[in-house]
Design a binder for this molecule. Sequence first.
Ligand SMILES: C[S@@+](CC[C@H](N)C(=O)[O-])C[C@H]1O[C@@H](n2cnc3c(N)ncnc32)[C@H](O)[C@@H]1O
Length: 382
Amino acid sequence: MSHTYLRSTSMTNTRTNLHDAGIQFRADLDFVRYAGCWEDADILIEAIRPGPGKRVLSIASAGDNSLALLATGAEVVAADLNVAQLACLELRVAAFRHLQHDHLLAFLGIHDSDQRLATYALLEPDLSDSAREFWRTRRAEVSQGIIHIGKFEKYFQIFRRRVLPWIHSRRTLMELFEPKSQAERVQFWNNTWNNRRWRMLLRLFFSRFLMARMGRDPEFFRYVNGPISDQIQQRACYAMTVLPTDQNPYLQYIATGNYQSALPRYLRAEHHDAIRSGLDRLTLFHGPIEEAAAKHGVGGFDGFNLSDIFEYVSEEQASAMYGALLQHANTGAGIAYWNTFVPRSCPRELADNVVPATQLAAELFAQDKAFFYGHFQIDQVK
Ligand SMILES: C[S@@+](CC[C@H](N)C(=O)[O-])C[C@H]1O[C@@H](n2cnc3c(N)ncnc32)[C@H](O)[C@@H]1O
């Protein structure tokens, strides 16, 4: 992995009110927003089917899904506007390079450990100057476990500590994650979980107002119309009844503050060695994803993991970004992205270049364990 991905960080500290500016100019981007990737890598990999000899362009976020992509044998370029997110990915890379699986889980914060700072000292020489500087002032976060330190995770922490105890006892909470048949899950939802307090507090806590201020950023909701809590309630019901709760790391993290019986793909033991041996196929890029595509576009890309980046920008900006990415897409490339609250798909003027894999996307969305998205889209490049 190269350490030469950094650009000037002056833009990362900027916040202006330029309505038409890109998201990098409208939201604060100098702290960890996402300490984990809140998108399900299992469906991402089925969507774009990466493998040896393939090149994938991926939003970095905390790095989880870029590492999961590496495990398939693909070459991965991971880009992010936020240098703090890239520091998270760099530290994960160092941890994968040096730590055995159990030790990795302890260092990242899944298992208990009082040795994280000592482990960090071992990993630090692997980091770029910028990542080292970033973590230098965040020793407390390192010793807490870096999967817990994002603004988004802290929002869920507040829900778990201050709201959930008013709704359900610890026993009911743990019962949620016991293995059950689908019929038993429906019964549990109807008879135990979905009470009036749950409905009322969920509506309040996952309102646009609180979510924008405490979880994401008000700017991320600029293009969202209408209430969002109804969708969250519907999707929560789906995740707790249709999908097996004992296999859902995202639901477990939100409700209990850590992964329990399930781990996200990059942390499962079976992928550990493949990720470690693939680390040299990973390139980091600091800046807009379309610039990453242009800079590392030689050979083109066979797959794109675009998170839900299109819904933070206007339709015109989404269209320009999509068009710029298409220029570096190989024939047959899969372009995968989520929408949470804003419907975004291939811009009409570019529609002749792709075929939406509607059936596959719907099937995968039905299995999406990161349950709060409204839509999953896969476009296949002609
Ligand atoms: C799009 S956010 C979404 C996270 C999560 N899915 C959610 O719903 O809140 C994930 C990452 O994308 C990065 N990002 C957003 N737009 C980007 C762009 N145009 N180019 C590069 N990175 C971008 C953000 O900095 C962040 O770390």
